[in-house]
Design a protein around this ligand. Structure first.
Ligand SMILES: Cc1cc2nc3c(=O)[nH]c(=O)nc-3n(C[C@H](O)[C@H](O)[C@H](O)COP(=O)(O)OP(=O)(O)OC[C@H]3O[C@@H](n4cnc5c(N)ncnc54)[C@H](O)[C@@H]3O)c2cc1C
Length: 457
């Protein structure tokens, strides 16, 4: 069986890897001159700088499984214990996110009224219907407005660059949606989960961050991409853009271009690992309804400003993971990651590396500003929030115009419909972060499942 995988990001590469391992004849088409998509590490002057993701959580098995299959376990790099200390910028200062109930009660993060409201979640009856709702509506109903503004909003901006007023609970946090459905509430559900985790000896999620240890690779996330590239070497077509798809009686005719010439090839099956807006274009003439649904999936723009400083005299100990900023603080950054505290080899000796996130669905107009303006914003905010007055010795800016899919209200139903309609077309599959999860673990999980489905007919 000849299978084409269009798009060589982590979703496409891992799908192709699992397909090839299962004996399929697979070809990956990648538009750029390199594979990896959003996963890319820049190694320069002793700095190891991530342009997008800085790792994955080892609480879920999917990426680790891929790493083992690629035999690159020795490249894994666990975040330092400092990564457990996460901060939120609130009322003009950095406040540590409490890791346990006692720390929560003592914390300045919420007022007493806000804390009582959050604890009162225990008494809130569960929602009766199965209709989707926004994250904001869910939070107001269960944990109160203050917790929404000071905790959920910055978290959503940090993970998804998203807007809780628009995002779907069901699609963004399916586990939380199920927690309420199954146990009647979050606190009730968390207690039950902790008991289950204790029994099985695993660690459950805490309030300071999702479950598991943030894990990356010694040379950055590109180590994983490079390992996949090595395994797939003969199956990669790099620097070729797929222009159109046609469903014929012999299979899928793919028209692609290397910038000079146009080529055509026919495959038995095609996996669309391209962002949904690209897949929408490719399927315009194949299935207008799927194409229209795909084009409704929105994206948030985000820019990453990476700054390397001399450690000496910086005026901040950088003891932690970094901080997130709630919308109500009206600052121009979504958050700042203290990368060299989390993964010490990210900066050369005597230097530190910070990455400042700007834009998102909250301030899309900021994400696409010219590079020098983004750097100015980043430095101004570091000065105000962290009192850092140094000038950086290393500056890199990475812009992601359509950075992270924004799972808005109705997303889960939209995706279900897309997958249902796709069944009408023999050999048409989707695997990308636009559908069932935006994290690296979600992509590697979807890839493994997708490859299994194809190989099993
Ligand atoms: C700033 C930022 C920070 C992030 N941080 C984290 C994090 O810390 N942890 C985490 O788990 N996740 C994080 N993510 C999310 C994660 O990076 C992505 O979900 C994941 O990398 C997406 O992979 P993908 O393969 O689904 O899509 P992509 O990486 O977008 O890959 C799609 C590929 O398709 C190619 N393509 C497009 N059109 C065509 C065409 N016509 N023909 C051929 N090829 C085409 C593209 O060039 C690209 O290579 C972050 C994302 C961003 C932007």
């Amino acid at each position: 069986m000849r299978i084409a995988v269009i798009g060589g990001g982590i979703s496409g590469l891992s799908t192709a890897f699992y397909l090839k391992r299962g004996g399929a004849d697979v070809t990956v088409f990648e538009k750029e001159e390199r594979v990896g998509g959003k996963m890319k590490t820049v190694r320069e002057d002793g700095y190891i700088i991530e342009t997008g993701p800085n790792g994955f959580l080892d609480g879920k098995p999917y990426t680790l499984k891929l790493v083992r299959a690629l035999r690159i376990e020795e490249r894994l790099y666990r975040s330092s214990d400092k990564a457990r200390k996460r901060f939120i910028y609130t009322d003009g200062r950095l406040v540590r996110i409490p890791e346990n109930p006692i720390a929560f009660l003592a914390s300045y993060l919420l007022s007493w009224k806000g804390k009582l409201r959050l604890i009162g979640e225990f008494l809130v009856p569960p929602k009766k219907d199965n209709l989707d709702e926004t994250l904001s509506s869910f939070a107001k109903r269960r944990i109160g407005e203050e917790a929404l503004e000071k905790l959920l909003d910055p978290m959503v901006a940090g993970i998804f660059a998203g807007d809780p007023d628009k995002m779907s609970l069901k699609a963004t946090f399916p586990a939380i949606y199920r927690l309420e459905k199954r146990y009647g509430g979050l606190i009730k559900g968390l207690i039950a989960k902790m008991k289950e985790a204790k029994k099985s000896g695993k660690k459950a999620s805490g309030p300071a961050g999702p479950g598991g240890v943030l894990t990356s690779f010694i040379g950055g996330v590109s180590d994983l991409v490079e390992a996949l590239e090595r395994e797939l070497r003969d199956s990669l077509k790099i620097g070729v853009e797929v222009l159109s798809l046609e469903e014929t009686s012999n299979g899928w005719k793919i028209t692609y271009s290397d910038g000079e010439k146009t080529y055509e090839e026919v495959f038995d099956a095609v996996v669309l690992s391209t962002p949904s807006y690209v897949s929408a274009e490719l399927l315009k003439n194949v299935d207008p309804e799927i194409s229209s649904l795909l084009s409704q999936i929105e994206y948030s723009p985000i820019s990453v400003v990476a700054l390397g400083f001399e450690k000496r005299g910086l005026g901040h100990d950088l003891d932690g993971f970094g901080f997130l900023v709630p919308r109500r603080e009206r600052r121009k950054v979504l958050g700042v990651l203290w990368d060299s505290s989390v993964f010490p080899n990210r900066a050369p000796k005597g230097k530190v590396l910070l990455r400042v996130m700007i834009g998102g669905a909250r301030q899309p107009e900021l994400a696409l500003l010219p590079e020098d303006e983004l750097v100015k914003i980043a430095l101004k905010e570091l000065k105000r929030i962290m009192k850092i007055r140094h000038y950086p010795e290393k500056v890199k800016v990475f812009k992601h115009e359509r950075g992270i899919p924004h799972y808005t209200l109705g997303h889960a139903e939209r995706v279900e419909r897309i997958f249902q309609l796709a069944k009408k077309h023999r050999g048409l599959y989707f695997c990308n972060n636009a559908y069932t999860g935006v994290g690296v673990n979600d992509c590697t999980k979807a890839a493994e499942e997708m490859a299994g489905e194809i190989l099993n007919g």
